[in-house]
Design a protein around this ligand. Structure first.
Ligand code: AMP
Ligand code: FE
Ligand code: FE
Ligand code: ZN
Length: 301
């Protein structure tokens, strides 16, 4: 199969490119193979698998790749960043694509974060149990394949199963939001260190949903421009959690800072209502973003 730019299967007119999706390797509900199957059925031509703090789903997703699809292997790194307006750091997500998954710094940092995720979720469960909610550590962790990246959505599902709330969304709105009495933080990676790590491993870094305001505080646009100068390659513009106004702002900022503008669904299976390919990235952006990556290849099935 001929490769165009960074490995897009040739001959596809107006390819559908979705560069952000989760599997059961983190907080999605489709297995990595199932994720690829769902994407193929939805007409996706290029899919990126981007689980939180793990590359654990890469092999299974690659093995399930059908003939006409391409797979970008990536991960979503849990980070902290200065806000650009005060001295309280804010949690941000960084998408790393096509990095060498055996790069020592990444292996080490992802393992550290996954271990923290387990401990932190355990503490959140214990706080709820202490207040009389019918959740326990065993039940929540039974929802996780071994080695998977534990997250609040796993606890949310347990709360739904126990009848405490009616939906994952309600669990976040009432009990799991940042700053809730049950919320326990984890120690995330400084975003500049994460960008450096991804680049050192031959990959490309993209700022995920920088203006997803419903999740809490967000960075000032000036921070995104500063990160562009520090090696950031792109910014997620079209994302379900971005307003039309913020998309316009980010598109302008990307053009000014020389960042590639991407669009992605951030699909999480039934943990969120957004379908796969709800947002997409242009073929031009795809080519520009990945042509210089050296840590891993875009796979074609
Ligand atoms: P954690 O990684 O444990 O801090 O949990 C954050 C994850 O929770 C995000 O990556 C989202 O996938 C998910 N999340 C955040 N808000 C919501 C929501 N309102 N409904 C469903 N999932 C959410
Ligand atoms: Fe998530
Ligand atoms: Fe995210
Ligand atoms: Zn995500």
């Amino acid at each position: 199969m001929a490769a165009l730019g960074a490995g897009l299967a040739s001959g596809v007119a107006s390819p559908r490119i979705d560069l952000h999706a989760h599997s059961t390797a983190s907080d999605g509900t489709d297995s990595p193979a199932g994720l690829v199957t769902v994407a193929a059925a939805a007409g996706v031509d290029v899919l990126a698998i981007t689980d939180h703090d793990t590359t654990g789903g890469w092999a299974e997703a690659a093995a399930a790749l059908p003939g006409r699809m391409s797979l970008v292997r990536g991960a979503e790194f849990s980070c902290i960043s200065p806000t650009g307006r005060d001295d309280r750091d804010v949690a941000v997500h960084l998408l790393g694509y096509l990095f060498d998954p055996d790069h020592a710094a990444i292996v080490h940092e992802q393992a550290r974060l996954r271990a923290e995720r387990v401990e932190r979720l355990r503490k959140m469960i214990e706080k709820m149990a202490a207040d009389g909610y019918p959740v326990d550590v065993e039940t929540v962790f039974a929802l996780l394949p071994s080695g998977a990246s534990a997250g609040r959505p796993h606890l949310a599902r347990a709360l739904v199963a126990a009848g405490v709330v009616g939906s994952v969304n309600e669990a976040f709105a009432t009990m799991l939001y940042n700053g809730s009495p049950y919320y326990v933080p984890k120690t995330d990676t400084p975003v500049r260190a994460a960008i450096d790590m991804v680049r050192a491993a031959g990959g490309v870094a993209v700022f995920a949903h920088p203006l997803a305001r419903k999740r809490g505080r967000v960075v000032e646009p000036s921070v995104i421009a500063e990160l562009a100068a520090a090696g950031l390659a792109g910014v997620e513009v079209d994302h379900p959690d971005h307003s039309a106004e913020d998309r316009d702002l980010l598109r302008g900022l990307a053009a000014d800072a020389g960042l590639v503008a991407t669009g992605s669904s951030d699909y999480h299976g039934s943990n969120k209502t957004t379908p796969i390919a709800a947002e997409s990235t242009s073929e031009a952006a795809f080519g520009e973003l990945f042509s210089a990556a050296t840590g891993a290849e875009v796979l074609t099935g």
